[in-house]
Design a protein around this ligand. Structure first.
Ligand SMILES: [Zn+2]
Ligand SMILES: [Zn+2]
Length: 321
């Protein structure tokens, strides 16, 4: 099969062996995939990953090595963390924190930038008919956006600020907008902010953001090592900061103000897929304006380059092209 491989550099491989599902796994033929900031970080060495990258996909189940054959032939998306099933985290349904976990296209498991992938059947969820492939491919990052609502209680009276108008920042704003809080999305690009404005979200350019410490909750999704500093500046004393950027970088931090102002810091990663699929199915938000290009698998290196442009948002790979 054709696959994109990362081993010190990215290259296309036309004759990769098709993966073979083990017990309780399924073989999925990939239909569409999305390039994520994490994929670009992997290219810079994030997680020391080697193999086939990619973790945002929609595909069709071709084979199931599981007693449950109900997903055979069905269109699915897949949760990306695969736990050991026996540790304390896994037994509590927290496979995302299993110390033995592998993660699709990120850690110890080949990903979706290939014609086929394997995942445990338990990770797969059927995509409702009303959701297109272009929308379904947003399930994973949108689930990561909804995870914030699992971690923090957001009141309608809360002043909430999302920092970053990249793909994740926009998805977070769209998700948190459903909380009815006083939401402000802050970014650098009017074109990107406009996507949120069209969905009734207040926005501001970074240069116009007042440094008044007014926000009850600040979500840092800038994808930059400087985002943390900015979040700390605008969160009110006793407020909360949710960190969403996963960046291969180190930064020296002065933590004193967090102590003095009694700030709660919350790390936030992956979320459950069902809330995201529900929101997409009920058209509670529109992810389609975030698509800035669709490429074939053969042109995936070009697609990577396109997704690095400053004005780019989500670049998709259509496997039927
Ligand atoms: Zn991602
Ligand atoms: Zn486990």
């Amino acid at each position: 099969m054709k696959a994109l491989v990362f081993e010190d550099r990215l290259f296309m491989e036309d004759n990769m062996p098709k993966p073979v599902p083990v017990q309780r796994e399924a073989l999925v033929k990939v239909k569409m995939a999305g390039i994520c900031k994490t994929d670009l970080e992997i290219e810079k060495g994030y997680m020391g990953f080697k193999g086939i990258p990619g973790h945002e996909f929609v595909g069709v189940v071709e084979e199931s090595k599981d007693g449950d054959q109900s997903l055979l032939g069905k269109r699915v998306v897949g949760e990306i963390n695969c736990g050991c099933k026996v540790c304390n985290y896994c037994l509590q349904g927290l496979e995302t924190h299993c110390p033995e976990r592998t993660t699709l296209g990120i850690d110890g498991r080949d990903g979706c930038f290939a014609e086929y992938l394997t995942l445990p059947v338990a990770n797969l969820i059927e995509v409702p008919e009303g959701i297109t492939n272009e929308e379904a491919v947003f399930t994973e990052p949108l689930a990561a956006a909804f995870e914030i609502m699992n971690q923090v209680h957001i009141k309608p009276s809360d002043q909430v600020c999302v920092l970053g108008d990249g793909k994740l920042g926009l998805l977070i704003a769209l998700a948190l907008n459903l909380s009815q809080s006083e939401l402000l999305l802050v970014g650098k690009y009017p074109v990107k902010l406009n996507i949120a404005e069209k969905q009734h979200i207040k926005t501001a350019l970074l240069e116009d953001l007042s440094s008044k410490r007014q926000f009850d909750l600040v979500v840092e999704a800038t994808g930059s090592v400087d985002g943390f500093e900015l979040a700390r500046k605008v969160v009110r004393p006793r407020g909360k900061v949710v960190l969403k950027s996963t960046i291969a970088g180190n930064k020296e931090l002065n933590l004193t103000s967090l102590v003095l102002d009694e700030i709660t810091m919350i790390g936030s990663r992956c979320g459950a897929f069902n809330p995201a699929l529900k929101a997409l199915e009920r058209k509670m938000l529109n992810v389609k304006p975030l698509i800035s290009g669709i490429y074939s698998l053969d042109k995936i290196i070009e697609a990577y380059e396109a997704s690095k442009r400053k004005d780019a948002l989500k670049v998709l790979i259509d496997f039927t092209l």
